[in-house]
Design a protein around this ligand. Structure first.
Ligand SMILES: Nc1ncnc2c1ncn2[C@@H]1O[C@H](COP(=O)(O)OP(=O)(O)OC[C@H]2O[C@@H]([n+]3cccc(C(=O)O)c3)[C@H](O)[C@@H]2O)[C@@H](O)[C@H]1O
Ligand SMILES: Nc1ncnc2c1ncn2[C@@H]1O[C@H](COP(=O)(O)OP(=O)(O)OP(=O)(O)O)[C@@H](O)[C@H]1O
Ligand SMILES: NC(=O)CC[C@H](N)C(=O)O
Length: 554
């Protein structure tokens, strides 16, 4: 039995499904941990295959490949270097489990299964995994480690069982995706488990983007006295070797001291979008992104995020003026591209719009110009961007925000066209705040310039789609401060129309917004994915029917 341990926290970024790549990454982390004298390296949840693997785990060959990878990693530990707490899907008795294994001395010396399977919001684990029985501790160098997996920390039962069966510390591999309130929620739950059990706790989370999810890392350690000796940085891969000592009272304490600032709310939102986009582009092997830069705030903010994620040389901006495009928009787009250092091309859509007018003339004879002609402009821009994408390989970045996605204020197959939509879960009023934050701040993790990246005029001028003369967003929608509060009530809080009226909003406005929200469901189902930032993203968090006769009345 030992009274000291060195445990490495591997806050790593696996690529989902790239089992060989993840094994190689584990090897690198372990080598670094070995150089620092670690006894044990703790990896995040399902590290071997990446999290969440979704229905990939239903493929028997995938599970066999995971098993072979775990065997390979176990064999690695024959070299006398650090042991590993490694997570992978495991088939046992015809059932599939979300498992964590201790790999030491060339073998799998212990296996434990996740007991609480999350099955809400973005999580679907009951669909693919069986819940494990309540676990007992794993003995490592004579120390009884209370190992539990992610959601197991969100309830008392597993920690209680581990403590009653002699665990000396709680060690938790996680695949916990970001939302704006998640860091506080995790820490509060960890404090609860420490308070209930009197045991110290190590929380190891992954980082990186996976489709709509982004994992922020932010791994930490809590001592039994509820102090926080270790808080790892968010948004970047890191390995931290922590030193542990058993006290005279038998209680283990982390001796290391390393506290990184997790950042404020706007900072976190911005980082989440940068990392979500970066990993989507890089893990899907795009050389970069192309987007329409209109001189408006949404495309300017999307471009800034793209530059911070990928670097200016991988971001291609295109201004596509029509006869309604103002000189102000042309100037703002040019200044934005200059501040960001990106390429900006100009492709006029006038010839294509005129061609449509000629083509459709006979069929539309006798009708008035309306939304049809407005949408043609948006669709011509979509075709233009897709052509550039096809020719040069860069992915089209879509620029719609959550207010627009909620109300259908975007043209399907027009400005909704593209591969990834970075503002999709950010209400317009927050877009303004995040833009101001980025103009005043930077980070060593950003690849863009340090100073302001968007012209101030882009942030302060009234939003317009410029699809007809003198158009303003507020002609069609309530002011964004009002709209976004109503939407937050309807989407995030599932409030009734009556509750919103009691909160001071007008019946007519709330009913109209509710209707827009419901009838835009078909657009959202066909929209590109985008990074989840809220507790209720339009993706897996909120699954509403398209055909929906329900309308909440006062
Ligand atoms: N339930 C359903 N299932 C399947 N398809 C359905 C459908 N309901 C309508 N549709 C189809 O959708 C069409 C209507 O949708 P769509 O063609 O998009 O047209 P629509 O939603 O009528 O108009 C687009 C709106 O977005 C605004 N916009 C456009 C571009 C940029 C911006 C901006 O500021 O960012 C705003 C524009 O001012 C306008 O208010 C229908 O003609 C029909 O074909
Ligand atoms: N003139 C244009 N040149 C290039 N892209 C354009 C142009 N007009 C629209 N787009 C593309 O279509 C998207 C939606 O258009 P829209 O003008 O409504 O949004 P925005 O200008 O980004 O922001 P805002 O909603 O504040 O005006 C833009 O973000 C942009 O990608
Ligand atoms: N992987 C998991 O079990 C994640 C669920 C957990 N509630 C979280 O978001 O942190």
């Amino acid at each position: 039995m030992t009274d000291t341990l060195k445990i490495a926290m591997a806050q790593a970024n696996p690529k989902l499904g790239d089992i060989d790549g993840n094994v190689a990454l584990a090897r690198e982390f372990r080598q670094e941990a070995e150089a620092e004298g670690a006894d044990l390296v703790v990896f995040p949840e399902l590290f071997v295959c990446g999290y969440p693997p979704e229905d990939l785990v239903l493929k028997p060959s995938f599970i066999r490949k995971c098993k072979a990878a775990v065997d390979e990693l176990a064999e690695m530990t024959l070299d006398g270097g650090p042991a590993m707490l490694m997570s992978a899907p495991v088939q046992d008795g015809g059932k599939l489990y979300n498992a964590v294994m201790l790999l030491e001395e060339g073998r799998i010396s212990a296996t434990r299964y996740k007991h609480n399977l999350p099955n809400y919001g973005v999580f679907d684990e009951i669909r693919v995994f069986e819940p494990g029985i309540l676990p007992g501790p794993i003995s490592f160098k004579g120390v009884r480690l209370g190992v539990m997996i992610c959601e197991d920390m969100w309830f008392s039962d597993v920690a209680e069982c581990l403590s009653e069966t002699g665990a000396e510390m709680l060690v938790i591999p996680n695949g916990s995706p970001f939302d704006h309130g998640k860091a506080d929620a995790r820490l509060n739950l960890a404090v609860e488990r420490v308070t209930e059990t009197g045991l110290p706790l190590m929380y190891v989370n992954q980082i990186g983007g996976q489709d709509e999810l982004v994992f922020d890392g932010g791994s930490f350690v809590l001592n039994a006295d509820r102090t926080l000796p270790v808080q790892m940085a968010c948004w970047k891969e890191d390995l931290l070797v922590t030193e542990w000592q058993r006290g005279a009272d038998g209680v283990w304490a982390c001796q290391s001291s390393d506290l990184k600032d997790p950042g404020g709310d706007l900072e976190r939102l911005y980082h989440a979008m940068v990392l979500g986009l970066k990993d989507y582009v890089e893990k899907n092997r795009f050389p970069g992104v192309v987007l329409g830069l209109s001189g408006g705030i949404d495309s300017a903010l999307s471009a800034a995020i793209a530059v911070d994620a990928l670097g200016a040389d991988r971001v291609h901006c295109v201004m596509m003026p029509s006869k309604y495009t103002s000189q102000e928009s042309l100037d703002d787009a040019a200044e934005c591209a200059r501040l960001l250092g990106t390429r900006l091309d100009s492709v006029s859509i006038v010839p294509a719009v005129d061609a449509y007018e000629t083509m459709m003339g006979p069929l539309f004879a006798g009708t008035n110009a309306d939304i049809t002609e407005e949408n043609i402009q948006s669709r011509v821009r979509g075709v233009t961007l897709m052509a550039i994408s096809n020719k040069f390989g860069k992915m089209v970045l879509t620029t719609g925000n959550k207010s627009e996605m909620s109300t259908g204020y975007a043209t399907i197959y027009g400005d909704m066209c593209g591969g990834y939509s970075v503002l999709k879960d950010l209400y317009k009023s927050t877009c303004f705040k995040v833009s101001e934050w980025r103009n005043a701040h930077s980070s060593p993790l950003f690849k863009g310039p340090e100073g302001p990246v968007m012209p101030v005029n882009v942030i302060i001028k009234p939003p317009t789609a410029e699809l007809r003369e003198d158009q303003k967003d507020e002609d069609s929608l309530p002011p964004y401060e009002v709209l976004d509060k109503i939407l937050h009530g309807l989407v995030e809080e599932e409030k009734s129309v009556t509750e919103l009226i009691e909160a001071g909003f007008e019946l007519e406005t709330v009913s109209r917004i509710q209707n827009l929200l419901y009838i835009a469901e078909y657009k959202r189902r066909q929209a590109p994915p985008g990074v989840k930032l809220s507790t209720r993203n339009f993706g897996r968090d909120r699954r509403y029917p398209i055909t929906n006769g329900y309308r909440d009345k006062r």
